[in-house]
Design a protein around this ligand. Structure first.
Ligand code: SF4
Length: 103
């Protein structure tokens, strides 16, 4: 079977798998852009800490803020959007993209 050069260069798996593993180990790459880890208005310190543990330091790809920020750009992510609000993030993405398509 023919393998891509990336999988040959990385022991133990493909380049993509390695990138994903490293990303999960080091946490969310958008801490600075996002704002949540520094504290969003109206979010208690204990809730911010819980979100950081659940998303920022581990499952950032499952975060609604991550999804919207990557898809649209951080200027379109409402401060009030919580990591658990994926359906809301999808509605925001859809609305903004529709607006872009009309302009
Ligand atoms: S809240 Fe989401 S986008 Fe923001 S730093 Fe945490 S994981 Fe990343």
């Amino acid at each position: 079977m023919r393998q891509g050069i990336a999988s040959l260069m990385v022991p133990g798996g493909s380049f993509q798998n390695r990138v994903e593993q490293v990303g999960q180990m080091s946490g969310c790459p958008y801490v600075r852009e996002c704002g949540l880890p520094a504290g969003l208005e109206g979010l208690s310190k204990s809730m911010a800490a819980a979100y950081q543990q659940a998303y920022c330091q581990s499952e950032c790809q499952q975060c609604a803020r991550y999804r919207a920020g990557v898809e649209l750009g951080w200027q379109y992510v409402p401060e009030s959007l919580l990591p658990i609000e994926m359906e809301r993030a999808e509605r925001i993405i859809e609305a903004i993209k529709l607006k872009w398509a009309k302009s």
